[in-house]
Write a protein of this length. Sequence first.
Length: 284
Amino acid sequence: MEERDIKLSFLSKDEIVCPACETVFHREELLSGGGRLIAGELTDELHRVYEPSAKYGEVYPLAYQATVCPECWYAAIDKDFALLDEDLCFDVSQSRDERRDEVELLFPGVDFYQNRTLMAGAASQYLVLRCYDYFSKNFSPTIKQGMAALRVAWLCEDLHKKTPNEHYDWVATLFKKKAQYLYERAVAFEQTGEEALSAVKNLGPDVDKNYGYEGVLYLEGLLTLKYECAGTVEQRNATLESAKRTIAKMFGLGKSSKNKPGPLLEHAKNLYNRIKKELNDIDE
């Protein structure tokens, strides 16, 4: 995408000052009009796939979502970027080399002073996942890390299509397992009051639509079904039973609510049937 002469992005006029290292930079923004984005299918993970256009080629909106300091590689979602606790700024700046080394292992050759590439997009979401360790529970970091893990995984799947010999499909699976763990924790924290989800206005998980809290519950069930392997058969059975009850509740809410997105209900029904089938197979 970045190698084409046709413009896909621009640098915002607003200056951003990194709270960790005080580097001044401009955020790269994706241009979305003019046929750049051709929406394709919505996957069962609520990920919107975009079709390549004849004029602009392949476009990956997720690659542009994270705000990343090009110098110290501190990253966060846009509205949180400047809100890093002052007491942690020095620690974040000093851990720059550690972040760079980690990224280099997974996504070599990334340079955030240059226009975003697909590789840099995946690295940017990894850095979001990494850097929300520095945020307090008031920012709902767990669910934001869960979304970032999913987004890394989706971008890794795109990388796998381009470079099938680099094993990014395997990396994607690892990040989806990480997302499953984080979504499970986020829902548990919400239910106990330890960490509310109310600080997150857009629970995505992708950038085209906000599926809200119901989307979080759906994804917890889906990711558990697809990627949770820890524990005994009995423990998995109990976890799936709980997920099935949660999805069943969503049906009840959906029948009486006109505001709930239709595609989510369709996917939830499919998930309910998949969980039910596995539980029946276990019983047999």
